[in-house]
Design a protein around this ligand. Sequence first.
Ligand SMILES: [Zn+2]
Ligand SMILES: [Zn+2]
Length: 221
Amino acid sequence: MIGVERIEVGRLQSNTYLVYDTSSGKGVLIDAGDEAWKILEAIQKHGVRVEEIYVTHCHFDHVLAIRDLKEEYGCRFYIHRDDLMLLESAAEQAEKFLGARYPEPPKPDGFVEEGDVVGTGAIRLRVMHTPGHSPGSVCYVMDRAVFTGDTLFAGSIGRTDLPGGDLKKLLNSIYRKIFSLPDEYAVYPGHGPSSTIGAEKRYNLYVGEHGVLRREWGGGP
Ligand SMILES: [Zn+2]
Ligand SMILES: [Zn+2]
């Protein structure tokens, strides 16, 4: 069985997800935002071995715990190349937003790109490049679920006013890629509660059937 646990971390309450495979005893993390101790607690609770962290994008609130997890477990972590500059400035972003000093995150162990299939044990994650919130934002598609990072939230969408953000690209990523997934797929976003593709297609305030940005996009699904 494959399980998913949401761990809410840090001042911006970002979600880190532990995806674990009970048959192999292996797991992966989707993002590692802050408060590594909370993430370690969840890993220990499920008694799984975590060797990989897959990052949805490199804003500081999704990567600050990577350094500690790497030290503790030797985890390897992967990002999309187009967010490398953000990763390198993550400590600076954190200082600006939180007013606290953080050490620089380590260098990534590798890159993921559109169409890659990654994972461990029975966990299979297909990489969907979904730029807009940041240039290197990606979603990870699993059997009947998708981790959407800050691209799509329950009822809302990611901001595009930060460096590298682009609303047109974000809308394309949502309508052409994320919304092409089946309605019953669970949506696990980078902040807040989970949802489903069907619910977001209908009720999302920005991109749903009556969403305020639907007309702006103009492309039709
Ligand atoms: Zn973000
Ligand atoms: Zn975030």
